[in-house]
Design a protein around this ligand. Sequence first.
Ligand code: SAH
Length: 394
Amino acid sequence: MAVAELAVLRLKAERDKSLKAGHPWVFSGAIDSIKGTAQAGDTVLVRNDSGQALGLAAYSPHSQIAARLWTSDSTQDINADFLRQRLKAAIARRGPLSPEQGMRLVHAESDYLPGLIVDRYADTVVTQILSAGAEKWRDSIHDILLGELQPKVLVERSDVDVRPLEGLESRIATHHGKAEPAEINEHGVRYFVDVMQGHKTGFYLDQSANRLLLQQLARGKRVLNACCYTGGFSHAAALGGASHITSVDSSGQALDNARRIAEHNGHADKHTWVEADVFEFLRGERDRAKQYDLIVLDPPKFAPTAKHVDKAARAYKDINLLGMKLLAAGGDLLSFSCSAGVSDDLFYKILAGSARDARADMQVLARLTAHHDHPATLHFPEGHYLKGLHLRKW
Ligand code: SAH
């Protein structure tokens, strides 16, 4: 559609700074007026209060994030060709893909495709559509992915809790082929990924590099994996030569899959799987005076948004306090937060509080983050949500 035909979204005075700095969101409070008609997902031309064109964005009238910028170049046309170029660029930048690999191919805003996630698990591709703009182009996006990647299966997992905020309904659909658990190989561990019912798109691809780190630390160690899901860190520890791995999760279904994966990899005898609330389990282990040499704490998002931060900070403090108590001298703790509302600095401070109350001297060996297929751009810090610390007890 020619630029002249697009509705114009005009910003209030002084509200153009973040877009000019490269951040892709326009919040509803920054909008002065909309001239012309625009439905959810339509492309609008964004102008500042003095009329300067700032770019083309997808309009989302139901959301506080009222528009997400496709491009700062207002002369472009947002159509299937535009999306094809963006998708091809994101995929090409991942480098060569091996047939059994699991990898995020598109990380939404951080790959200049607002509201779109694309993950690949061997021959299966899974999309997740988070915003009204990506929703509008859903059919084109699926057609392009089928053409470019030629997967055996294409599944959509648009069943995320942010969709209602965009006025979108939940959707799980198979667009091509027959969905079955996909088998991937990550650093020598073979996983089944349940793309229809698993968390996220089926697997926590973001922890891939951290699972490799754990594998390298595990030889001869007694390992505790708290909030294990399908046992990602547990299987990595087994392959790395851990003496025994105890894994806890509240989801019986995730643990069933974890057991199946352990059997498939031939190391079922190394594991104890416990279905329990993580806090209750850790307190029980503390009361039983148990000790571990290597502990992973990877709890769910305690703070989905900034307003949950105080409560989340207490939960992170408690879980880490218990983890530090269970750690033997010289032992390592890999502790994570995937809460966007908890910054790196806050996470660091919370863990310092845990160490003080646990009377544990903890060294920081490394700050950890998501694998590089989950990039964040410098102008979009929200893309950096996963933070972790590799600590060693003195
Ligand atoms: N480390 C995992 C991902 C963990 S996701 C991996 O590499 O694959 C967080 C997990 O915490 C989920 O599996 C969820 O079922 C579990 N969980 C959520 N609340 C919990 C609780 N109160 N106690 C135990 N596990 C919990």
